[in-house]
Ligand binder design. Structure first.
Ligand SMILES: [Zn+2]
Length: 236
C-alpha cells in the first residue's frame, strides 16, 4: 500500500504538470476550433449567395428577352391598328394590346425586383467576403500561436504522458478510478496531503487517530469532507 500511496503522489505531480501545460495553451484550441467552424459556415453562406446570384442573372436575361418580345408585339399591334377595317378586328387588336401591355408591366416589375434582390445579395456577399478575410487572418494567428505553444511543450507533454502510463499500469485500477473521480470533482486534485491536523485540500479537521492510520500507510483513507485520498507530507 505504501507503494500505491507514493505512486499516487507521483501521479498527482505528473497530472499537475500536465494540467499546467494544458492551462498554458489556454483557450487557444477552443478558439481555433470555433474559428474553423465559423469559416466553414461563412464559406457555405457565400457559396449559397453566389448560386442565388447565378440564378438571378439567368432570370434577368430571360426577363429581358420577354420584355423585348412584349415591346415588339406592341409595336406590331400599333401598326396593325392603322390598317383595321372592321370593329371586330379593332376589338381583337385592342385586346391583344392590353394583354401585351400587361405582360410588359409584369416583366418590368419582375425585372426590377430581381435587380433589387441582386443588389442586396451583392451587398451581403461583400460583407461576407470581408468577414471571411478577418476570420482567416484571426485563424492563422491563433493557429500559429497554438503551434508555437505546442511545439514548446509537446516534448514534455509526451514524456509526462509516458510517465503517467507507467505509474498507472503499476497501480490498482480501482484506486486509480477513485483518484480520477475525485480529481475531476476537486479541481484536478485527487490526493491531499495531511497538513498538521487538517486536510491539505479542504482544510477540514482530521481526528488524530485517523492521522495515525494514514501515517501507517496500510490502507487508503479519504478525507470525509472532500473525498481526496489522504497522504502524508513527508517534508513536514
Ligand atoms: Zn479534505
Amino acid at each position: 500500500m505504501q507503494k500505491t500511496l507514493y505512486g499516487l503522489i507521483e501521479l498527482q505531480e505528473v497530472d499537475n504538470r500536465l494540467d499546467e501545460l494544458m492551462e498554458e495553451r489556454g483557450d487557444l484550441p477552443l478558439i481555433v476550433d470555433d474559428l474553423k467552424e465559423k469559416l466553414d459556415e461563412k464559406s457555405a453562406d457565400l457559396q449559397k449567395y453566389k448560386e442565388e446570384l447565378k440564378e438571378l442573372k439567368i432570370k434577368e436575361k430571360e426577363l429581358g428577352l420577354q420584355i423585348e418580345e412584349s415591346k415588339a408585339k406592341l409595336e406590331k399591334y400599333e401598326e396593325q391598328l392603322y390598317q383595321v377595317k372592321t370593329n371586330k378586328e379593332y376589338d381583337a387588336i385592342t385586346n391583344e394590346t392590353e394583354s401585351a401591355k400587361e405582360q410588359l408591366n409584369r416583366g418590368e416589375e419582375e425585372l426590377s425586383a430581381s435587380l433589387e434582390e441582386m443588389e442586396s445579395i451583392n451587398q451581403k456577399t461583400t460583407t461576407i467576403e470581408s468577414e471571411l478575410e478577418n476570420i482567416k487572418e484571426e485563424l492563422e494567428q491563433n493557429t500559429l500561436e497554438l503551434q508555437t505553444k505546442m511545439a514548446a511543450t509537446s516534448e514534455e507533454e509526451n514524456l509526462l504522458r509516458q510517465e503517467r502510463e507507467i505509474i498507472v499500469q503499476k497501480m490498482d485500477a480501482d484506486i486509480i478510478k477513485t483518484y480520477e473521480m475525485v480529481r475531476k470533482a476537486r479541481n484536478g486534485q485527487g490526493i491531499a496531503k495531511v497538513n498538521g491536523n487538517v486536510c491539505g485540500g479542504c482544510f477540514s479537521y482530521i481526528p488524530p487517530q485517523k492521522i495515525v492510520e494514514v501515517k501507517k500507510m496500510k490502507k487508503i483513507y479519504t478525507c470525509e469532507f472532500c473525498g481526496r485520498i489522504l497522504v502524508i507530507d513527508e517534508s513536514k
